[in-house]
Design a protein around this ligand. Structure first.
Ligand code: FRU
Length: 677
């Protein structure tokens, strides 16, 4: 069925009509990828949660199937909704649900009970209880039978968490070969914990361990899963815990996001690698500036302390170490700088020698402030300037300053307050030879529209493939689409690679894209300065862009290179995808991307850290669909997923290079055929 409505994704899965959210029950069996998903059969906002179903042979073309598990009592008297969960093929018939040698499929999901009731199993559930249930299918997922004799198979959270029964959800099940048992990972959403259960028959579950809180803990933890990957394609294997966070996503986003933690799993317990979890302290090899609670003396902490910041302007501006905000972790605090004043100002450090590879800083904006920026100057020239931060939450950033080692620099803390109190929020500036963790998490995707990611069961370890809901709880229900609402991301193949000394998740688009792209030859541009028009490039695109790394601009102007996509002829609508050489970040800027009016937080720019490759170039692969942009940077260690809602006329594109020329540019733009015809 061809879809042609405005904004209708041409090569992403969306349902013909109605609301969808999380991918569920992903199973690969007999050459077919099954995608179940949170679905409202009765409307285009969240409700009556059921499991929709779609199938594909190549992860590119999808066929929507009848609803697999419909909310019990739909539409008028719903007594049970089917929340997120997973499915497996029970090859050995451990569950006993099989018939005549046919292996049953078993789904484990969260039953959400809107009202108190006694169930057919005799179990009693309370209003708003979330509990874990199972269902089986003997026809490869087309129809399901709920296990009413004993559901829910996990009724209540364990002691001492029994009061968490309304926040206990999203079981993810897999077969653990070494211990020959089923493992289920379930979230205690509000407590930022995952519980690990084991079972021999999928019916009786024993609590084995718990993990968390760790790393990002804004909002709730949802949709956790763990899976093994080989490290650098070799013999050694690590486990990855992948989980959703809502709200509290990546820096610069509002709403939901997905983080991962690398570690080990022995069949009962997940243990995080120490370099994959953030302990609140960050790198402190060489502290340039560190501020603590006001009562501490700073002099013994490092080489340059608050007292060593000179030249505050206006003169009354001081770093007074006031703690006006509580609730941050560890040593994070809010500093009042130029307080009670809407004047902008700068604090400049004394000169110091640049001795290590990274300068890291833990900074956030404060309330009523426009932007707080940090700037590194060498010989009086701005070499690096951070993107302004408005968020009260402190987040780590790192600059790679390897090329500047041996030089003498200064750091400026710039308060761009234009109204009310000028708060800045700087906790630490330090040197180290490793990059700081950013916003206390390893973000799987740095954009606003990648949530509830889940992998397919039934694939080999090195074929691990995930898909995510390409939307955000912040504005999910108001995106301007009709009669459907929300799509899935493109499926991504996962691997673990050592990058910057750390096991890092790398992602690439899964599927044979050659089969749906129309080739155009690559163009090369020895040098691009300003803009280079590309004309009408289309609306459904696969773009490869490679270019040489540039030194940061000496002018203080931002030095960026990239491509404008989905632009109208007059460029009043445009989406910018590029690389910032000053901050060493890939970005998607959707602030002018089309309709951004439906939510005040939608317009914005999203950035992911990415070091240039060893040969000094930067590579980006970009997928543009009628209402989304996904970028994969480098080896796939930096990805950003972002919805956009441009006009149907937004088919133009151009290259841009600001703050100087970019050289060795190779560009290949391919048109992606609709997968719905
Ligand atoms: C995540 C989520 C899950 C829940 C489902 C309900 O997006 O909130 O935790 O199971 O959506 O639709």
């Amino acid at each position: 069925k061809a879809y042609t409505e405005p904004y209708r994704p041409q090569f992403h899965f969306s349902a013909e009509k109605n609301w969808l959210n999380d991918p569920n029950g992903l199973v690969y069996d007999d050459g077919v990828y099954h995608l179940f998903f949170q679905y409202n059969p009765g409307g285009d906002t969240w409700g009556a949660m059921s499991w929709g179903h779609a199938t594909s042979k190549d992860l590119l073309h999808w066929t929507e199937q009848p609803v697999a598990l419909e909310a019990r009592g739909f539409p008028n008297n719903i007594t049970e909704m089917f929340f997120s969960g997973t499915a497996i093929v029970d090859e050995k018939n451990t569950s006993g649900f099989g018939r005549q040698g046919k292996a049953p499929w078993v789904a484990m999901y969260t039953s959400y009970y809107p009202t108190e009731q006694t169930l057919p199993s005799g179990k009693h559930v309370r209003t708003n209880q979330q509990a874990q249930s199972i269902a089986y299918s003997l026809d490869k997922g087309m129809t399901w039978t709920t296990y009413d004799a004993a559901n829910p198979v996990i009724l209540d959270p364990p002691a001492p968490y029994q009061d968490q029964f309304p926040e206990f959800r999203d079981p993810s099940v897999f077969w653990h070969e070494d211990t020959e048992r089923w493992v289920a990972v379930i979230s205690l959403a509000k407590l930022h914990k995952v519980l690990i259960y084991t079972s021999h028959d999928l019916k009786k579950w024993d609590l084995a361990s718990e993990f968390g809180p760790a790393n990002a803990v804004g909002g709730v933890w949802e949709c956790p899963s763990i899976f093994p990957l080989s490290l650098d394609g070799g013999e050694s294997q690590k486990w990855v815990l992948m989980l959703g966070l809502n709200p509290g996503g990546p820096p610069g986003t509002v709403g939901s996001g997905t983080q991962y933690i690398v570690g080990n799993f022995n069949g009962t317990t997940f243990t995080a690698d120490s370099d994959s979890v953030y302990d609140g302290s960050g790198p402190t090899d060489g502290v340039i500036f560190e501020d603590f609670e006001g009562d501490k003396t700073l002099a013994d902490r490092g080489w340059i302390t608050t007292g060593d910041f000179v030249g505050a302007s206006p003169a009354k501006g001081t770093l007074d170490g006031q703690n006006t905000v509580t609730g941050f972790k560890g040593n994070q605090l809010l500093n009042t700088f130029l307080n009670g004043d809407a004047t902008t100002g700068t604090l400049t450090s004394k000169p110091f020698d640049i001795s290590q590879r990274y300068i890291n800083f833990l900074v956030g904006g404060g309330s009523n402030i426009n932007k707080t920026t940090i700037q590194l100057k060498v010989n009086g020239r701005a070499i690096r300037t951070s993107a302004g931060s408005d968020s009260e939450t402190l987040s780590w950033k790192s600059w790679d300053v390897t090329a500047l080692q041996g030089k003498s620099g200064t750091i400026e803390i710039i308060d761009n307050a234009t109204g009310g109190w000028g708060h800045i929020n700087v906790d630490e500036i330090s040197f180290s030879n490793t990059r700081a963790n950013s916003q206390v998490a390893n973000w799987m995707d740095w954009g606003p529209d990648f949530y509830a990611a889940l992998g397919w069961n039934g694939l080999a370890q090195d074929e691990r493939t995930v898909i995510a809901w390409m939307n955000n709880w912040q504005y999910g229900a108001t995106i301007p689409t009709d009669p459907w609402r929300s799509a899935m991301t493109i499926p991504r193949h996962l691997a673990l690679k050592t990058i910057g000394g750390k096991a890092t998740l790398v992602q690439e688009p899964a599927g044979k894209w050659e089969s749906i792209t129309r080739g155009r030859n690559a163009s090369t541009f020895p040098r691009v300065n300003g803009v280079r028009e590309l004309g009408r490039i289309g609306k459904a695109l696969e773009i490869d862009l490679t270019f040489s790394n540039r030194r940061p601009s000496l002018s203080g102007n931002s030095s960026e290179f990239g491509i404008v996509v989905a632009a109208t002829k007059d460029y009043t609508q445009q989406t910018r995808v590029g690389y910032n050489f000053d901050t060493q970040e890939v970005f998607i800027d959707r602030s002018l991307s089309g309709d951004v009016s439906f939510d005040a937080t939608f317009a914005g720019t999203y950035s992911a850290p990415l070091s240039p490759s060893a040969n000094g170039s930067v590579s980006l692969r970009v997928y543009v669909d009628w209402s989304s942009v996904e970028v994969f940077g480098g080896q796939g260690e930096a990805t950003i997923t972002s919805q956009i809602f441009p006009s149907t006329e937004a088919v133009y594109g151009r290259l841009f290079s600001t703050g100087g020329a970019t050289s060795n540019v190779t560009l290949r733009v391919k048109e992606v055929r609709s997968t719905w015809q």
